[in-house]
Each structure stands twice: as structure tokens, then as C-alpha cells.
Design a protein around this ligand. Structure first.
Ligand code: 13P
Length: 258
């Protein structure tokens, strides 16, 4: 049974005050223990968050980390540095970085590998653009992005990978993939992982991201291969994030009973 994971990607939002207030809200209403909850603040707030949520069962991650351990990379942050601040997770290959920072499939694979080497758990983001979907190449794009990472990792690492399917056309647009569209892609991803991992592919968590809200989360989480969410906008309000966590907890209970 896969434990659901709900991750809040704050993108370039927040402040030290925001972090402390968010942590206070979580302390007032701790998330359901059936769900792993993870927050991904801007890297400058990782430490503030780590201190603020001390004692709460909240994971902390970076939105990005470099593929090198150190060196002449002005403005960059190494995986071991975010680990040092208190993060244990990192995103790799978010579409905003693939599109805006020129991150290639190979570089994303390098970042996943470097994250594991530094003791971070990477969540690799995959997903097609609207043009790619309309051209009928959504599946090929997602599998290409996944294959690049799988080829780079040891089998033991691949089994520890978390995948986030985030169709680019659904990010920040209010246009969520339908549960059926998302499930189709998640099933495809799991099938591809099974080619390398066999039955262990059943333990890999595959998150959906793209305009997830408290209103649409339950329908997404009811799908077999949707193991949680990578939430952007709705993760900036603790009460909305907690509602999404509650929906994941409920879906997990239903799965256990069936
Ligand atoms: P939204 O939930 O704001 O669409 O963002 C999704 C996302 O990109 C999370 O990484």
C-alpha cells in the first residue's frame, strides 16, 4: 500500500513571516497521519521552515538543487547545502525550470542522481505542453523525460524516486487534467517503471500536479495510480492544503478497505 504524499510547491512566494504563520496554522490543525505532507519553500526559507515546523511530521524540500557538489556556479545551491538547511527532498525538472532555465532531460537526470548522492529524495517532474498533447505526443514526451532519469539511476535509487506528472497546460491555469486523463498517464508511467523494477514499481509514488484544489482533489485521488499531489497555488493557504491532505487521507482509507 502506497502512503499518499501531498507536496506544496510555494514557487517564488512567501516571506519569513509567511513561513512562521503557515507553521502555526499546521500546529493548530496537524495534517492527517495517513498522508506524508511536504512543503517546498523558496530555498532561502528552508531553514526558517525547518525551525518553524520542528516537532511536526512535515517534510521539507527544495524546489531545485544543482547537479554538482560545489564549484564556480554563481547563484546556484548544491544538494548537500539544502540538506544542511534541513531539507530531505528536492524537486527536479519542474516544467518552469525546463522551459525557463533551459533544463534538459539529461540535466534533470543528473540532478536526480546528485540528489540521491547527497541524501535527498528527488521528485522528478514530467509533463507535456498543450502543443505536444494536441500533436498526440504527450505519452512519448513523458516517457522520454522519465527514461532519461531511469537510465541514469541505479535500480535501488529508481525504486526510491517519486514522479510528479504535471501537464504544463494544467499548471496555474485552473484547467485540471480529468481524473481519467491523469490516470492514463500515471498508469503508463508505472508500466514503464515496471519494465525496470518489476513488482517494485507498485511502491513508487506518482503524484499529479496542475491546478489541484480542495474541490477537485478527491476525484483525482480516487484513481488507482494517483498517489497524491504536487500543489502550487492552493498550497499557499494552509487551510486549502489541509483540505487536499484530508482528501488524500480519505482516498487512502477507501483503498485500504477495498
Ligand atoms: P498549480 O497548482 O498552481 O497549478 O501549480 C502546479 C505546480 O506547478 C506544482 O509544482
Amino acid at each position: 500500500m502506497r502512503k499518499p504524499l501531498v507536496a506544496g510547491n510555494w514557487k517564488m512566494h512567501g516571506s519569513r513571516t509567511f513561513v512562521r504563520e503557515f507553521a502555526d496554522a499546521l500546529r493548530q490543525a496537524p495534517p492527517a497521519p495517513e498522508v506524508d505532507v511536504l512543503l517546498l519553500p523558496p530555498v532561502c526559507y528552508v531553514q526558517e521552515l525547518a525551525v518553524s515546523v520542528a516537532g511536526l511530521d512535515i517534510g521539507i524540500g527544495a524546489q531545485n538543487a544543482h547537479w554538482q557538489e560545489s564549484g564556480a556556479f554563481t547563484g546556484e545551491v548544491a544538494p548537500a547545502m539544502v540538506r544542511d538547511l534541513g531539507a530531505t527532498w528536492t524537486l527536479a525538472g519542474h516544467s518552469e525550470r525546463r522551459a525557463g532555465c533551459g533544463e534538459t532531460d539529461e540535466l534533470v537526470a543528473d540532478k536526480c542522481s546528485a540528489a540521491f548522492a547527497a541524501g535527498l529524495r528527488p521528485i522528478v517532474c514530467v509533463g507535456e505542453t498543450l502543443a505536444e498533447r494536441e500533436a498526440g505526443s504527450a505519452e512519448a514526451v513523458v516517457l522520454r523525460q522519465l527514461d532519461a532519469v531511469a537510465a541514469r539511476l541505479a535500480a535501488g535509487e529508481l525504486a526510491q524516486l517519486t514522479v510528479a506528472y504535471e501537464p504544463v497546460w494544467a499548471i496555474g491555469t485552473g484547467r485540471t487534467a480529468t481524473p481519467a486523463q491523469a490516470q492514463a498517464m500515471h498508469g503508463l508511467v508505472r508500466g514503464r517503471l515496471a519494465e525496470s523494477l518489476g513488482a517494485q514499481a507498485e511502491t513508487v509514488r506518482i503524484l499529479y500536479g496542475g491546478s489541484v484544489t480542495p474541490e477537485n482533489a478527491a476525484a483525482l485521488f480516487a484513481e488507482r495510480d494517483i498517489d497524491g499531489a504536487l500543489v502550487g497555488g492552493a498550497s499557499l493557504a494552509a487551510d486549502r492544503l489541509l483540505k487536499i491532505v484530508a482528501a488524500a487521507a480519505e482516498a487512502s482509507r477507501v483503498r485500504r478497505e477495498n
